[in-house]
Design a protein around this ligand. Structure first.
Ligand code: 0CJ
Ligand code: F3S
Length: 318
Protein backbone atom coordinates (compact mmCIF):
# COMPACT_ATOMS: atom_id res chain seq x y z
CA UNK A 1 0.00 0.00 0.00
CA UNK A 2 1.41 3.44 -0.93
CA UNK A 3 1.79 6.00 1.90
CA UNK A 4 -1.11 8.48 1.84
CA UNK A 5 -0.62 10.22 5.19
CA UNK A 6 1.41 13.43 5.38
CA UNK A 7 5.13 13.04 6.18
CA UNK A 8 4.67 14.28 9.79
CA UNK A 9 1.69 12.00 10.49
CA UNK A 10 1.09 10.63 13.97
CA UNK A 11 -1.37 8.20 15.53
CA UNK A 12 -3.12 9.28 18.74
CA UNK A 13 -4.47 6.48 20.94
CA UNK A 14 -7.64 7.00 22.98
CA UNK A 15 -7.37 6.07 26.65
CA UNK A 16 -9.09 3.90 27.77
CA UNK A 17 -9.91 1.71 24.79
CA UNK A 18 -10.44 -2.00 24.15
CA UNK A 19 -11.30 -4.81 26.55
CA UNK A 20 -13.44 -4.07 29.61
CA UNK A 21 -13.63 -6.20 32.76
CA UNK A 22 -16.78 -8.00 31.60
CA UNK A 23 -15.21 -9.05 28.29
CA UNK A 24 -12.00 -10.17 29.99
CA UNK A 25 -14.03 -12.33 32.34
CA UNK A 26 -16.30 -13.77 29.62
CA UNK A 27 -13.37 -14.89 27.45
CA UNK A 28 -11.56 -16.24 30.51
CA UNK A 29 -14.63 -18.34 31.37
CA UNK A 30 -14.66 -20.03 27.95
CA UNK A 31 -10.89 -20.58 27.96
CA UNK A 32 -10.93 -22.05 31.46
CA UNK A 33 -13.91 -24.27 30.63
CA UNK A 34 -11.98 -25.59 27.60
CA UNK A 35 -8.92 -26.31 29.75
CA UNK A 36 -10.87 -27.93 32.54
CA UNK A 37 -13.52 -29.92 30.65
CA UNK A 38 -11.97 -30.26 27.20
CA UNK A 39 -13.49 -29.54 23.83
CA UNK A 40 -16.14 -28.87 22.78
CA UNK A 41 -17.55 -26.13 24.99
CA UNK A 42 -20.83 -24.76 23.70
CA UNK A 43 -21.40 -21.01 23.88
CA UNK A 44 -24.84 -19.47 23.45
CA UNK A 45 -24.39 -16.54 21.07
CA UNK A 46 -21.00 -14.94 20.32
CA UNK A 47 -19.29 -14.73 23.72
CA UNK A 48 -18.62 -11.08 22.84
CA UNK A 49 -19.33 -9.35 19.54
CA UNK A 50 -15.92 -9.72 17.98
CA UNK A 51 -14.97 -11.81 14.96
CA UNK A 52 -11.34 -12.33 16.02
CA UNK A 53 -12.27 -13.45 19.55
CA UNK A 54 -14.94 -15.83 18.28
CA UNK A 55 -12.69 -17.37 15.60
CA UNK A 56 -9.86 -17.79 18.10
CA UNK A 57 -12.15 -19.62 20.55
CA UNK A 58 -13.56 -21.77 17.72
CA UNK A 59 -10.03 -22.94 16.93
CA UNK A 60 -9.54 -23.77 20.63
CA UNK A 61 -12.73 -25.88 20.65
CA UNK A 62 -15.70 -23.63 21.35
CA UNK A 63 -18.92 -24.14 19.38
CA UNK A 64 -21.17 -21.10 19.10
CA UNK A 65 -24.91 -21.73 18.86
CA UNK A 66 -28.08 -19.63 19.05
CA UNK A 67 -30.58 -22.41 19.72
CA UNK A 68 -30.13 -24.69 22.75
CA UNK A 69 -31.58 -27.58 20.73
CA UNK A 70 -28.19 -27.69 18.94
CA UNK A 71 -26.42 -28.59 22.22
CA UNK A 72 -26.13 -32.33 22.99
CA UNK A 73 -27.26 -33.67 26.40
CA UNK A 74 -24.62 -33.54 29.11
CA UNK A 75 -22.63 -30.79 27.38
CA UNK A 76 -21.05 -27.75 29.03
CA UNK A 77 -22.70 -24.48 28.02
CA UNK A 78 -21.59 -20.86 28.54
CA UNK A 79 -23.99 -17.92 28.32
CA UNK A 80 -22.50 -14.92 26.50
CA UNK A 81 -21.52 -11.61 28.17
CA UNK A 82 -24.78 -10.03 26.98
CA UNK A 83 -26.97 -12.17 29.27
CA UNK A 84 -30.01 -14.37 28.67
CA UNK A 85 -33.73 -14.36 29.39
CA UNK A 86 -35.35 -16.39 32.17
CA UNK A 87 -36.77 -18.68 29.44
CA UNK A 88 -33.29 -19.47 28.08
CA UNK A 89 -31.99 -20.08 31.61
CA UNK A 90 -34.89 -22.42 32.35
CA UNK A 91 -34.50 -24.31 29.06
CA UNK A 92 -30.77 -24.78 29.64
CA UNK A 93 -31.42 -26.11 33.13
CA UNK A 94 -34.21 -28.40 31.91
CA UNK A 95 -31.90 -29.86 29.26
CA UNK A 96 -29.43 -30.69 32.03
CA UNK A 97 -26.35 -28.86 30.73
CA UNK A 98 -23.45 -27.90 32.94
CA UNK A 99 -23.86 -24.13 32.81
CA UNK A 100 -21.36 -21.31 33.26
CA UNK A 101 -22.80 -17.84 33.12
CA UNK A 102 -20.51 -15.27 31.46
CA UNK A 103 -23.16 -12.54 31.65
CA UNK A 104 -21.36 -9.33 32.62
CA UNK A 105 -22.06 -8.64 36.31
CA UNK A 106 -23.16 -5.14 35.29
CA UNK A 107 -25.89 -6.68 33.09
CA UNK A 108 -26.86 -9.06 35.89
CA UNK A 109 -27.20 -6.02 38.16
CA UNK A 110 -29.86 -4.64 35.78
CA UNK A 111 -31.63 -8.03 35.76
CA UNK A 112 -31.68 -8.08 39.57
CA UNK A 113 -33.07 -4.53 39.71
CA UNK A 114 -35.83 -5.44 37.23
CA UNK A 115 -36.84 -8.49 39.29
CA UNK A 116 -36.83 -6.51 42.54
CA UNK A 117 -38.90 -3.60 41.24
CA UNK A 118 -41.29 -5.99 39.48
CA UNK A 119 -42.03 -7.60 42.85
CA UNK A 120 -42.87 -4.08 44.11
CA UNK A 121 -45.37 -3.67 41.28
CA UNK A 122 -43.31 -1.65 38.81
CA UNK A 123 -43.68 -1.58 35.05
CA UNK A 124 -40.60 -0.62 32.98
CA UNK A 125 -39.52 1.50 30.08
CA UNK A 126 -36.33 0.04 28.65
CA UNK A 127 -34.07 2.19 26.47
CA UNK A 128 -32.23 -0.07 24.04
CA UNK A 129 -31.83 -1.50 20.55
CA UNK A 130 -34.50 -3.97 19.45
CA UNK A 131 -33.15 -7.44 18.70
CA UNK A 132 -29.86 -6.91 20.57
CA UNK A 133 -29.18 -9.98 22.77
CA UNK A 134 -28.75 -7.86 25.91
CA UNK A 135 -32.17 -6.26 25.34
CA UNK A 136 -33.73 -9.69 24.75
CA UNK A 137 -32.11 -10.95 27.94
CA UNK A 138 -33.18 -8.01 30.11
CA UNK A 139 -36.72 -7.84 28.68
CA UNK A 140 -36.91 -11.60 29.11
CA UNK A 141 -36.45 -11.29 32.88
CA UNK A 142 -40.23 -10.76 33.02
CA UNK A 143 -43.18 -12.23 31.14
CA UNK A 144 -44.74 -8.80 30.70
CA UNK A 145 -44.42 -5.17 31.72
CA UNK A 146 -41.27 -3.96 29.92
CA UNK A 147 -41.82 -1.43 27.12
CA UNK A 148 -38.89 -0.90 24.75
CA UNK A 149 -38.05 2.56 23.40
CA UNK A 150 -35.34 2.94 20.76
CA UNK A 151 -35.71 6.63 19.95
CA UNK A 152 -37.36 9.75 21.38
CA UNK A 153 -40.42 9.34 19.10
CA UNK A 154 -41.13 5.94 20.69
CA UNK A 155 -41.74 7.55 24.10
CA UNK A 156 -45.10 8.98 22.99
CA UNK A 157 -46.23 5.50 21.91
CA UNK A 158 -45.61 3.71 25.23
CA UNK A 159 -48.86 2.48 26.78
CA UNK A 160 -48.24 1.43 30.37
CA UNK A 161 -51.12 -0.14 32.31
CA UNK A 162 -50.47 2.40 35.10
CA UNK A 163 -48.04 5.27 35.66
CA UNK A 164 -47.70 5.37 39.46
CA UNK A 165 -44.98 2.71 39.43
CA UNK A 166 -42.93 3.11 36.32
CA UNK A 167 -39.14 2.66 36.19
CA UNK A 168 -36.51 3.19 33.51
CA UNK A 169 -33.79 0.66 32.71
CA UNK A 170 -31.32 0.76 29.83
CA UNK A 171 -28.97 -1.38 27.79
CA UNK A 172 -25.42 -0.99 29.16
CA UNK A 173 -23.72 -0.04 25.88
CA UNK A 174 -25.78 2.91 24.62
CA UNK A 175 -24.79 6.41 23.55
CA UNK A 176 -24.58 8.42 26.78
CA UNK A 177 -25.90 11.53 25.01
CA UNK A 178 -28.82 9.83 23.22
CA UNK A 179 -29.83 8.15 26.45
CA UNK A 180 -29.87 11.45 28.35
CA UNK A 181 -32.12 12.88 25.64
CA UNK A 182 -34.47 9.91 25.80
CA UNK A 183 -34.57 10.02 29.57
CA UNK A 184 -35.56 13.68 29.39
CA UNK A 185 -38.41 12.78 27.00
CA UNK A 186 -39.54 9.97 29.31
CA UNK A 187 -39.50 12.29 32.33
CA UNK A 188 -41.43 14.93 30.41
CA UNK A 189 -44.21 12.43 29.71
CA UNK A 190 -44.01 10.50 33.01
CA UNK A 191 -42.73 12.98 35.65
CA UNK A 192 -42.82 10.46 38.51
CA UNK A 193 -40.83 7.80 36.63
CA UNK A 194 -38.12 6.10 38.68
CA UNK A 195 -34.60 6.38 37.25
CA UNK A 196 -31.77 3.95 37.98
CA UNK A 197 -29.82 5.05 41.10
CA UNK A 198 -26.68 4.92 39.04
CA UNK A 199 -27.24 4.86 35.29
CA UNK A 200 -27.25 1.42 33.68
CA UNK A 201 -24.77 2.49 30.98
CA UNK A 202 -21.58 0.82 32.18
CA UNK A 203 -18.31 2.45 33.21
CA UNK A 204 -16.50 1.05 30.14
CA UNK A 205 -19.04 2.45 27.68
CA UNK A 206 -18.96 5.85 29.42
CA UNK A 207 -15.14 5.99 29.61
CA UNK A 208 -14.60 4.98 25.96
CA UNK A 209 -17.10 7.57 24.74
CA UNK A 210 -15.51 10.26 26.95
CA UNK A 211 -12.08 9.34 25.55
CA UNK A 212 -13.33 9.74 21.96
CA UNK A 213 -14.78 13.15 22.86
CA UNK A 214 -11.32 14.19 24.02
CA UNK A 215 -9.57 12.65 21.02
CA UNK A 216 -11.89 13.72 18.23
CA UNK A 217 -11.06 17.50 18.16
CA UNK A 218 -7.33 16.68 18.07
CA UNK A 219 -7.37 14.50 14.95
CA UNK A 220 -8.38 14.55 11.27
CA UNK A 221 -9.96 11.11 11.29
CA UNK A 222 -10.71 8.33 13.79
CA UNK A 223 -10.46 4.58 13.35
CA UNK A 224 -12.54 2.45 15.70
CA UNK A 225 -11.60 -1.22 15.96
CA UNK A 226 -14.75 -3.28 16.47
CA UNK A 227 -17.08 -5.75 14.78
CA UNK A 228 -20.23 -4.55 13.01
CA UNK A 229 -22.48 -6.29 15.57
CA UNK A 230 -20.86 -4.54 18.54
CA UNK A 231 -23.19 -1.89 19.96
CA UNK A 232 -20.58 -0.13 22.10
CA UNK A 233 -18.09 0.03 19.19
CA UNK A 234 -20.68 1.53 16.84
CA UNK A 235 -21.43 4.19 19.45
CA UNK A 236 -17.75 5.23 19.48
CA UNK A 237 -17.84 5.80 15.73
CA UNK A 238 -21.03 7.88 16.12
CA UNK A 239 -19.59 10.01 18.94
CA UNK A 240 -16.73 11.08 16.69
CA UNK A 241 -18.89 11.64 13.62
CA UNK A 242 -21.28 13.83 15.62
CA UNK A 243 -18.36 15.99 16.72
CA UNK A 244 -17.54 16.47 13.04
CA UNK A 245 -14.53 14.18 12.80
CA UNK A 246 -14.89 11.44 10.18
CA UNK A 247 -14.72 7.99 11.75
CA UNK A 248 -14.53 4.48 10.34
CA UNK A 249 -15.07 1.19 12.13
CA UNK A 250 -12.96 -1.77 11.07
CA UNK A 251 -13.11 -5.42 12.08
CA UNK A 252 -9.39 -5.84 11.30
CA UNK A 253 -6.43 -3.98 9.76
CA UNK A 254 -7.14 -5.32 6.26
CA UNK A 255 -10.30 -3.23 6.14
CA UNK A 256 -8.39 0.08 6.34
CA UNK A 257 -8.63 2.00 3.07
CA UNK A 258 -5.73 4.24 2.05
CA UNK A 259 -8.01 6.99 0.71
CA UNK A 260 -9.48 7.61 4.21
CA UNK A 261 -6.15 9.15 5.19
CA UNK A 262 -5.03 11.11 2.14
CA UNK A 263 -3.55 14.47 3.14
CA UNK A 264 -4.06 13.90 6.89
CA UNK A 265 -1.47 14.27 9.67
CA UNK A 266 -3.33 13.06 12.75
CA UNK A 267 -5.16 9.74 13.03
CA UNK A 268 -7.10 8.88 16.18
CA UNK A 269 -7.39 5.25 17.14
CA UNK A 270 -9.67 3.52 19.63
CA UNK A 271 -11.27 0.12 20.13
CA UNK A 272 -14.62 -1.12 21.42
CA UNK A 273 -14.87 -3.04 24.69
CA UNK A 274 -14.90 -6.37 22.81
CA UNK A 275 -11.94 -5.66 20.46
CA UNK A 276 -8.60 -7.25 21.42
CA UNK A 277 -5.37 -5.25 21.56
CA UNK A 278 -3.69 -7.41 18.90
CA UNK A 279 -6.08 -5.86 16.34
CA UNK A 280 -5.15 -2.35 17.51
CA UNK A 281 -1.47 -3.22 17.09
CA UNK A 282 -2.14 -4.53 13.56
CA UNK A 283 -3.99 -1.32 12.69
CA UNK A 284 -1.00 0.70 13.98
CA UNK A 285 1.31 -1.36 11.73
CA UNK A 286 -0.94 -0.65 8.75
CA UNK A 287 -1.01 3.07 9.58
CA UNK A 288 2.80 3.05 9.74
CA UNK A 289 2.81 1.49 6.26
CA UNK A 290 0.55 4.35 5.17
CA UNK A 291 3.10 6.88 6.45
CA UNK A 292 2.52 7.41 10.20
CA UNK A 293 5.85 8.12 11.89
CA UNK A 294 4.86 8.08 15.57
CA UNK A 295 2.26 6.81 18.03
CA UNK A 296 1.19 8.77 21.09
CA UNK A 297 -1.13 7.70 23.91
CA UNK A 298 -3.51 10.38 25.22
CA UNK A 299 -3.98 10.82 28.96
CA UNK A 300 -7.12 9.24 30.34
CA UNK A 301 -8.70 7.30 33.17
CA UNK A 302 -6.98 4.09 34.28
CA UNK A 303 -9.61 1.41 34.76
CA UNK A 304 -9.17 -0.93 37.71
CA UNK A 305 -12.51 -2.80 37.61
CA UNK A 306 -12.17 -6.57 37.81
CA UNK A 307 -14.91 -9.16 38.17
CA UNK A 308 -14.55 -12.52 39.92
CA UNK A 309 -14.98 -15.76 37.99
CA UNK A 310 -17.95 -18.03 38.65
CA UNK A 311 -17.28 -21.06 40.86
CA UNK A 312 -16.02 -24.31 39.39
CA UNK A 313 -13.59 -23.05 36.77
CA UNK A 314 -10.26 -23.22 38.52
CA UNK A 315 -8.20 -26.28 37.71
CA UNK A 316 -8.36 -28.62 40.72
CA UNK A 317 -11.57 -27.01 42.03
CA UNK A 318 -14.52 -29.43 42.20
O1 0CJ B 1 -23.56 -6.24 26.34
C1 0CJ B 1 -22.53 -6.28 26.94
C2 0CJ B 1 -22.51 -6.85 28.25
C3 0CJ B 1 -21.23 -5.80 26.33
C4 0CJ B 1 -20.33 -6.89 25.93
C5 0CJ B 1 -19.06 -6.42 25.26
O2 0CJ B 1 -19.24 -5.78 24.07
P1 0CJ B 1 -19.89 -6.42 22.75
O3 0CJ B 1 -19.35 -5.72 21.60
O4 0CJ B 1 -19.76 -7.88 22.81
O5 0CJ B 1 -21.42 -6.13 22.97
P2 0CJ B 1 -22.37 -4.89 22.63
O6 0CJ B 1 -22.97 -5.18 21.29
O7 0CJ B 1 -23.42 -4.96 23.71
O8 0CJ B 1 -21.60 -3.65 22.69
FE1 F3S C 1 -19.91 -5.29 31.01
FE2 F3S C 1 -19.85 -2.87 30.06
FE3 F3S C 1 -18.10 -4.57 29.30
S1 F3S C 1 -21.65 -4.06 30.56
S2 F3S C 1 -19.12 -6.50 29.34
S3 F3S C 1 -18.34 -3.80 31.37
S4 F3S C 1 -19.04 -3.08 27.98
Amino acid sequence: MEPTLNTDAEVLLAEPRGFCAGVDRAIDIVERALLKFGRPIYVRHEIVHNTYVVNDLKVKGAIFIEDLAEVPPGATLVFSAHGVSKAVQAEARARGFQIFDATCPLVTKVHVEVAKLHREGYEFIMIGHKGHPEVEGTMGQLDYGIHLVEEVADVARVEPLQTARLAVVTQTTLSVDDTAEMLAAIKARFPSVREPKKQDICYATQNRQDAVKLLSPQVDVIVVVGSPTSSNSNRLREVSQRLGTPAYMVDNADELQAEWFTGFSRVGLTAGASAPDILVQQVIERLRALGAISVRKLDGITETVKFPLPKGLKLGEA
